[in-house]
Write a protein that binds this ligand. Structure first.
Ligand code: NAD
Length: 380
């Protein structure tokens, strides 16, 4: 079986799907691994390191894509020199990577029509059993860390309290909205830098996690269920939105830095920080909006841009994991390796057991069909 590692061509994408260490493990299992020349370059993994791990370096992308039995990558297939990568795979091949199936169901349709089996890393179930394959969590964790660092670098103030001969500096006040995987890592990083941190989430269950990181949990008592299946947030009612906005407004106003991470799976990100709230912030304050690509949590956000509004800098961050490419690739590679090892039998063949919840959830297209109902509905 030939397993190919593609070079990412998406602008600003520095990650690679497998690193030399994980390649070595697959080679040891008897799998032939092909790596596109330069695939790991932007994550600082040289072709020579892949060769030493037992991989074959392939310079021609058409050979790599066209002959792979399984192709692993990070970002979704896209146009490449006038051809779409989805059309470069042979019929019956398996594609593993982030494919944005709910955001771009047309790609899933294209892959289904080409009889490609697609395993979408976004759809790995968020269960304990699949934890080591959970690429959304590994990458969100990197993103949360980066968001805190970006905020600290952009703030015209120190994060820690300093007692110096030139006077005492008060610590920065950081408010984090959304305490999921990314939010918790942002809290931990901001705390390590010495900031005073508060966090808000509509899921009350995160209170203890927030507190265990040394941050204060901002509570809003809502008279409705805010947690959906799988522990995710639910879209809340207009009354609940109004109530949370009042609390958010109070805390945004007092903060030097606001980091927003709030998302509801399959929906546009909730708008939580209004223009009016931004206008009430102190000049020099910073907002890092991690939901920028999903529409943004802040009304002033522009994805991929830094915006200045009344002296407040709003950073519409995109693809943050790409800016820590060694570790984000290492973690993603581990997620992919675990998924592959889970599905590959002793004889080195890929077995797709559709009775298994990990395979059933992750497999978006197979044998000419879209197998995921939500993706099918998004197309209709
Ligand atoms: P996410 O990226 O979908 O959302 C980020 C956070 O935003 C969430 O904590 C959510 O509650 C919050 N949010 C949504 N709407 C909001 C609003 N209006 N105001 C304030 N906050 C709002 O979430 P995620 O980080 O990918 O994961 C969320 C949950 O998924 C986890 O907490 C957990 O329950 C589950 N999960 C489970 C596992 C596992 O068991 N292996 C792993 C990862 C995640």
């Amino acid at each position: 079986m030939k397993l190919a590692v593609a070079k990412e061509i998406e602008m600003g994408e520095n990650r690679v799907a497998l690193i030399p260490d994980t390649v070595a493990r697959l080679v040891k299992q008897g799998i032939e691994v092909w790596v596109e020349a330069g695939a790991g370059e932007r994550a600082f993994f040289a072709d020579e390191a892949y060769t030493a791990a037992g991989a074959k370096i392939i310079s021609d992308p058409y050979t790599l894509w066209g002959e792979a039995d399984i192709l692993v990558k990070v970002s979704p297939p896209q146009e490449r020199e006038g051809r779409h990568e989805a059309d470069m795979l042979r019929e019956g091949a398996v594609l593993v990577g982030f494919t944005n199936p709910l955001g771009n169901p047309a790609l899933a349709q294209r892959l289904a029509q080409r009889h490609i089996t697609t395993l979408s890393m976004e759809l790995i179930p968020r269960t304990t059993r699949a934890q080591s394959m959970d690429a959304l969590s590994s990458q969100a964790s990197v993103a949360g860390y980066q968001a805190a660092l970006i905020a600290a670098a952009a703030a015209p103030k120190f994060f820690p309290m300093l007692t110096t001969a030139a006077g005492t500096i008060a610590p920065a006040k950081v408010f984090i909205i959304g305490a999921g995987v990314a939010g918790l890592q942002a809290i931990a990083t901001a705390r390590r830098l010495g900031a005073v941190v508060e966090a808000f989430d509509i899921r009350p269950a995160v209170k203890e996690e927030v507190q265990s990181l040394g941050a204060k949990f901002v509570e809003v008592k809502l008279d409705e269920e805010t947690v959906a299946e799988g522990g995710y947030a639910k879209e809340i009612s207009e009354v609940a939105k109004q109530k949370t906005q009042e609390t958010i407004a109070e805390h945004v106003k007092m903060s030097d830095v606001v980091i927003t991470t709030a998302q509801v799976p399959g929906k546009k990100a909730p708008l939580l920080v209004t223009e009016e709230m931004v206008a009430q912030m102190k000049p020099g304050s910073v907002i890092v909006d991690m939901a920028a690509e999903q529409g943004g949590n802040c009304a002033c956000t522009q994805p991929g841009k830094d915006v200045r509004y009344n002296g407040v800098t709003i950073i519409g961050s995109i693809n943050l994991p790409s800016s820590t490419p060694i570790h984000s690739s290492q973690m993603y590679a581990k997620n992919i390796l675990t998924l592959l090892q889970y599905m590959i039998n002793k004889e080195g063949e890929l077995m797709l057991n559709f009775e298994d919840d990990i395979v059933k959830n992750t497999c978006v297209t197979h044998a000419g069909e879209i197998r995921n109902q939500k993706v099918q509905e998004a197309l209709d």
